[in-house]
Design a protein around this ligand. Structure first.
Ligand code: GAL
Length: 353
């Protein structure tokens, strides 16, 4: 049951796109099956079941994910493997283990193997230029995903480098709006100030920076007064957020009216601590995240989270697959592909399970 509505619904368009894309492709040999060397949990791709004439002619795609132990990127990489496999590409996915030098070695290995396209979710966005400089002599195109490099980085490898992502400002704004849409507009104790704590993702990551800034900007733009009790560096991590929110609840108690989390993993950690001290979301505290992980959507439906924001892995993986296909086929590729976020509330949450 879980995930079927959201993923099947969103995937339907991806499959239509992929099928249409396949009409231009021919050939296909034994190498044109998806191979997942290190994506331990991912099943063999359905590409092996595709009719041979629908395979794309054996393109090989190297994918570098910053860290497999990341809930959202786990959804994303499973989508990528599936959609690229449906195009008949041989796909290898590597776990950067949140270590840039490990990822750099993996990129060098892909270069030696001579893959056709690299899809890169950099460990450090600030290393994106070095990554491009390493790859560009080979002429291999790069699709950056999830962690947006500076435009100058994309410009430095013209026609060979693009970014697929979502504008994190939108997700932050939606988080603020979710709070403004509550009965008390975030001011539970009615003192005229929205008092909050913030659980932040990796501080170098533009998603974390923008969500932190724009969630609060939505409140102040609406004329609200805000007070930040503390910003915790929880690195997208559920356990860290659980500990920090437990400490915050002990330290600040009833003062905390809103817990903003830059992602759902941290919001789920926060929820554990909120429940542990007997606080009730929607009654004496509000809680918002981003990603629309299945557990968070369920929590929204159950009233245990005020809301979340869909970070559309299916849409982003579809766009990244399409950019990859265009590179493989030598067609023009845009520099940016943007996918919208969607506000998830108790009213529409069932659509995103
Ligand atoms: C964000 C996502 C986080 C985490 C991060 C990794 O877009 O919301 O949960 O996956 O990307 O860069």
């Amino acid at each position: 049951m879980k995930m079927i509505t959201r993923r099947d619904f969103l995937k339907a368009s991806a499959v239509v796109g992929a099928t249409a894309a396949l009409t231009a492709c021919g050939g296909g040999d034994s190498s044109s099956t998806a191979a997942s060397s290190t994506a331990s949990s991912a099943p063999a791709s359905s590409a092996a079941e595709e009719p041979a004439e629908e395979a794309a002619g054996g393109a090989t795609i190297g994918i570098c994910i910053y860290q497999f132990a990341d809930n959202f990127m786990t959804l994303y990489r499973a989508d990528l493997e599936e959609y690229l496999g449906e195009l008949g590409y041989a796909v290898t996915i590597m776990d950067g283990k949140n270590d840039q030098s490990t990822q750099t070695e993996q990129i060098n290995t892909f270069l030696q193997q001579g893959v056709d396209v690299l899809i890169i979710n950099p460990v450090q966005t600030t290393s994106a230029q070095t990554i491009v400089d390493t790859i560009s002599p080979s002429g291999i195109p790069i699709v950056f995903i999830n962690r947006e490099p500076d435009k100058a980085v994309l410009d430095s490898y013209p026609d060979k480098c693009c970014y697929v992502g979502a504008d994190a400002r939108q997700s932050g704004t939606y988080q603020g709006e979710l709070i403004l849409e509550t009965e008390t507009q975030g001011d539970i104790n009615g003192d005229g100030v929205i008092t909050y704590i913030m659980c932040k993702g990796d501080p170098e990551n533009i998603d974390a920076q923008y969500r932190t800034e724009y969630s609060i900007k939505a409140l102040t733009d609406a004329g609200k007064q805000v007070e930040c009790l503390y910003e915790y560096l929880d690195n997208w991590d559920q356990t860290l957020a659980q500990q920090d929110v437990a400490n915050a609840l002990a330290q600040y108690g009833e003062q905390i009216e809103v817990v903003f989390c830059n992602n759902d993993a941290m919001a789920l950690g926060a929820l554990q601590s909120i429940q542990q001290v007997g606080r009730t979301v929607g009654t004496d505290i509000y809680l918002v995240g981003v990603d629309a992980l299945a557990d968070a959507v369920q929590a929204v439906m159950d009233g245990n989270m005020t809301g979340t924001v869909l970070n559309d892995d299916v849409g982003q993986a579809t766009a990244a697959t399409e950019a990859t296909r265009l590179y493989v086929e030598g067609e023009p590729v845009e520099q940016y592909y943007w996918v919208d976020y969607v506000k998830v509330t108790p009213e529409n949450a069932a659509e995103y399970l």
